[in-house]
Design a protein. Structure first.
Length: 322
């Protein structure tokens, strides 16, 4: 499907850098946008809450300056992730700041985003919503979202269980808006596959943890590099919602990553881990099943250039086979 006008001439590659708790901060977002992909961060990463105003001002100003310096350069817009859930007591204030700064894209997660959609549409912004099922996709569409993010099996952090072939195809049968695919993608070949399946954009998170600009401890980046798909565990223990985490980060706490109890959904708390004293994202590191193809820690600019080369080489290869 055609991309929204906001994205038509601003991307070098059809990719959104997924928002990641703790990891995604202005340094990573700015590097991603200046490289020509959408950079994003969770509003909750700005702590204290007043810091969000500063972050939004900095990102907006630096991207405007980059475009002014080189009008021919493809500088992508940025996105802010809002957790639409009762545990997020900052939601109303954070959305108000997004409206004030006219954030180009707001990514909503977990609950129906109706009020957020109205607020963002008031100034012409876009809303993309995370879903893990067709039922959730229909609910998001009814709320008037501009894009649906199909979060499939193997995605880092909170993830679904459906195969991407199944979920993308079922949503695309009726959804004519922007469709974004998330789940275990780490290279340009994966991006090409997502587009071939019917998605408009690929959603990459884990691959960007292992970059120079990511706000992640060196040990976290190294564990990403050293891990493969078998080193990822899918569990609800740490937040009450099932997600993918690195077994190595679980094991070092004394827990057996292969024998974890179920979490209590009634104690969901995405900032501090409502089911244990351990904090997801800080103590327990998330990662998707695509870690097996990550073997270095480049700059964002170098990584996006590599992804772009792989993506275009894949398209050329497929065209040559016809």
């Amino acid at each position: 499907m055609p991309l929204p006008a906001l994205l038509t001439d601003s991307l070098t590659l059809p990719v959104i850098g997924a928002p990641m708790f703790i990891v995604s901060t202005p340094d990573l977002v700015l590097a991603q946008c200046k490289a020509g992909i959408v950079g994003s961060f969770p509003a909750l990463n700005a702590r204290p809450a007043a810091q969000l105003d500063e972050w939004l001002a900095r990102i907006t100003e630096e991207l405007a300056a980059a475009r002014a310096r080189d009008p021919a350069r493809r500088v992508a817009p940025f996105a802010v992730n809002q957790i639409v859930h009762a545990s997020n007591d900052r939601l109303a204030r954070d959305v108000e700041l997004c409206v004030r700064h006219r954030v180009p894209i707001v990514i909503t997660s977990l609950r129906s985003p109706g009020e957020v959609v109205d607020a963002v549409h008031s100034y012409g912004g876009l809303v993309f919503h995370d879903v893990i099922s067709v039922r959730h996709a229909h609910k998001a569409a009814e709320q008037g979202v501009d894009g649906i993010i199909a979060v499939t099996a193997g995605a880092g952090g909170h993830a679904g269980t459906l195969n991407p072939f199944a979920l993308v195809q079922e949503i695309r049968q009726w959804w004519q808006g922007t469709l974004i695919l998330a789940g275990a993608m780490s290279c340009g070949q994966h991006v090409a596959a997502a587009i071939a399946m019917g998605a408009d954009l690929a959603y990459l998170g884990t691959r960007f943890i292992a970059t120079a600009e990511a706000h992640a401890p060196p040990g976290y980046k190294q564990m990403i590099v050293d891990s493969c798909a078998d080193d990822v565990v899918f569990t609800s223990l740490f937040t009450g919602v099932r997600g993918n985490y690195l077994k190595g980060s679980v094991a070092r706490t004394g827990l057996d990553p292969d024998a974890l109890p179920e979490g209590d959904k009634s104690k969901m708390n995405f900032g501090s881990g409502g089911n244990t004293e351990l904090k997801a994202w800080k103590d327990i590191w998330s990662a998707g099943q695509g870690v097996g193809s990550i073997r270095d820690v480049p700059s964002v600019a170098d990584l996006v250039a590599r992804l772009d080369h792989e993506y275009r080489a894949t398209l050329d290869s497929l065209a040559a086979r016809r």
